[in-house]
Ligand binder design. Structure first.
Ligand code: ZN
Ligand code: ZN
Length: 323
């Protein structure tokens, strides 16, 4: 069922019955250099198994890649290339290790363009197959995302504010109360960006920076709050922390708030991996008698799709949302 759903969402046909969880080995022929593919399936080979048991034949020149083969290098000394020589064994051990030493050594087929591509051509999808990668390659994913989230026009900017609003609604109930006194104490009553002293009583002169933005589904928590002057906060806006704070500021910030520095310092935003999508949707569905429900649901669906969160929904919630 999920296959068909995805097809409808993206408008891009998937290649039917393609075993996109299967791992492949891709190797350049030792004799002719031809790139060969071997389908391994969902049980990965260990380097030792591969070394001991496999015989991979080159499609072009028929050379057999096996520990029992002599090496085809004409200009190497004879005792190095002889089958079963120590040198040849060392070569084959490393040859098979390179191809199988971890999930990232394997290749995988994209069910959208059909190509067999290296591990890094796919984004992560926890729990999916032995390689835990998505079913489409990143290039195809780019097309899918472009369709879901096309280049920004005025309309798109409007959509981005909708996204922000929906994200805020989803987070309701996850946000913590931020006691102002404690916040000022933690930040020494100064703007964290500019160092300007701030007056807790002049509420218009300061703001709480939602360090990891709500747009990416991070709730406001004590750990995720920084004290900024109003101006600095306007500049920060919805920027990802590393786009606004310098490295040494990020380190200082993590020390003050206890936030995860590797997350703060990421170069590119990431949707909150800990967000409980189902709880958010449940809350979302309880809201507002007056609002236009069908429009809200569409906005919610669009947001979940563009954030790649559909797979995290329970079957029931998928059904409710018409997915
Ligand atoms: Zn060959
Ligand atoms: Zn592809």
């Amino acid at each position: 069922m999920p296959r068909r759903v995805t097809k409808n969402i993206t408008g891009i046909p998937r290649i039917e019955k393609l075993p996109f969880h299967d791992a492949w080995v891709a190797f350049a022929c030792v004799r002719c250099g031809m790139l060969n593919f071997v389908r391994i399936g969902t049980e990965l080979l260990s380097p030792e198994e591969a070394y001991q048991t496999t015989r991979w034949k080159c499609k072009k020149c028929n050379y057999i890649h096996s520990r029992k083969s002599a090496l085809p290098f004409k200009n190497w000394p004879e005792e190095f290339v002889k089958a079963n020589s120590v040198h040849a064994q060392r070569f084959w051990q490393a040859f098979f290790r390179i191809l199988t030493e971890g999930p990232e050594s394997y290749w995988k087929q994209c069910n959208t363009c059909g190509r067999t591509l290296q591990f890094s051509a796919f984004s992560r999808h926890a729990g999916w197959g032995p390689l835990e990668r998505q079913m489409e390659c990143r290039s195809c994913k780019g097309v899918i995302n472009a369709r879901l989230n096309p280049l920004r026009t005025k309309e798109q900017l409007h959509e981005s504010s909708i996204k922000r609003r929906i994200a805020d609604m989803l987070l309701e109930g996850e946000n913590e109360k931020i006691p102002f006194n404690d916040l000022f104490k933690r930040f020494n009553s100064r703007c964290f960006k500019t160092g300007k002293p701030l007056d807790i009583k002049d509420r218009k002169s300061w703001a709480i920076d939602h360090i990891l933005p709500s747009k990416h589904l991070y709730p406001l928590t004590v750990q995720n709050a920084a004290l900024l002057s109003k101006d600095a906060n306007d500049n920060k806006s919805e920027k990802w922390p590393s786009e606004f704070y310098t490295n040494s500021e990020l380190i200082k910030l993590a020390k003050i708030t206890g936030a995860n520095l590797s997350l703060l310092s990421r170069k590119t935003p990431i949707i909150n991996p800990n967000i409980n999508v189902n709880a958010c949707v449940a809350r979302f569905l309880k809201v507002r008698e007056r609002s236009n429900l069908s429009k809200r649901l569409k906005e919610l669906r669009d947001l979940l799709m563009s954030y790649d969160l559909i797979d995290k929904l329970s079957e029931k919630n998928k059904q409710i949302l018409g997915l």
